[in-house]
Design a binder for this molecule. Structure first.
Ligand SMILES: Nc1ncnc2c1ncn2[C@@H]1O[C@H](COP(=O)(O)OP(=O)(O)OP(=O)(O)O)[C@@H](O)[C@H]1O
Ligand SMILES: [Mg+2]
Length: 245
């Protein structure tokens, strides 16, 4: 479904991503791990079009997307969440999701009409699915941090993506919230047939949930493979036990 092939990205003379590679097959739950500053968020920004690669190929469903703007990539079926929650804090929870459903349907102009009924069914389904129905009328900014991160996933679902990219979906969550969020992510993959790419610092979470793990260090891909292969890889052990980013 997604292939990142030998991609480079420099900020000035600092090379944040240098020759990274990644493969995501349909229905997989792929984790990207690596120390702080390894280039994970930069890689996600390259895939989603927020940044353009200096070199290398990014192919989604057989099409090169490296040069496309973010909204075109989104329309092709990739939705994402950000490392820092990215919601409309003064709109209701319901409205946050409805806006994203409408934007995917190219009906955003109806927001200027009293069109409360549009996309209501889909929005309700999504809120049900992620467990936020009871808070649908709440102002998004009043939600707990954990619920705001869940809302972000709901917003991404509103885009009806085939591939969803989550940048540290459990960052700042309590252990209970983390477990709930990962269970949700796993369920979304199973029930909706979604393909999920995420990065995460909690190794227990990663090894528990991911079907494939890609390890980054200094902007490079060290290895990608099933959890067992990654766990036993000497270079990975050294990167983590050695600690240096
Ligand atoms: N816009 C930018 N301008 C300059 N340097 C940047 C920019 N964005 C990222 N960097 C640098 O690129 C490197 C990779 O950053 P990135 O955010 O991709 O790391 P990360 O793996 O997501 O780290 P973390 O786990 O802390 O989120 C870091 O050294 C960072 O300081
Ligand atoms: Mg990051």
């Amino acid at each position: 479904m997604l292939l990142v092939d030998n991609v480079y990205k420099a900020f000035g003379d600092f090379m944040a991503v240098r020759g990274a590679g990644l493969r995501v097959d349909k229905g997989e739950l792929v984790a990207v791990i690596g120390p702080n500053g390894a280039g994970k968020t930069t890689l996600f920004n390259l895939i989603c079009g927020q940044l353009k690669p200096d070199k290398g190929r990014i192919v989604f469903k057989q099409e090169e997307i490296g040069a496309l703007p973010p909204h075109r990539i989104c329309r092709r079926g990739i939705a994402r969440s950000f490392q820092i929650a990215n919601i409309f804090p003064r709109l209701s929870v319901f409205r946050n999701v409805q806006v994203s459903v409408l934007s995917q349907q190219r009906k955003s102009t109806v927001l200027f009409r009293p069109a409360q009924t549009i996309a209501v069914k889909q929005t309700r389904e999504i809120l049900d699915d992620v467990g936020l129905s009871a808070k649908a009328r709440d102002v998004a900014g009043s939600l707990s941090h954990g619920d705001q991160r869940i809302l972000e996933i709901a917003i991404a679902l509103g885009n009806q993506p085939e591939l969803i990219i989550l940048d540290e979906p459990t960052a700042g969550m309590s252990p209970e919230e983390t477990a709930g969020t990962m269970a949700l992510i796993r369920r979304l993959a199973e029930e909706r047939g979604l393909t999920i790419l995420f990065c995460e610092h909690d190794m227990d979470v990663v090894f528990d949930v991911a079907s494939s793990i890609m390890v980054m260090r200094h902007g490079e891909t060290i290895i990608q493979g099933p959890p067992e292969a990654v766990r036993s890889n000497a270079e990975v052990q050294q990167a983590y036990l050695g600690g240096a980013a």
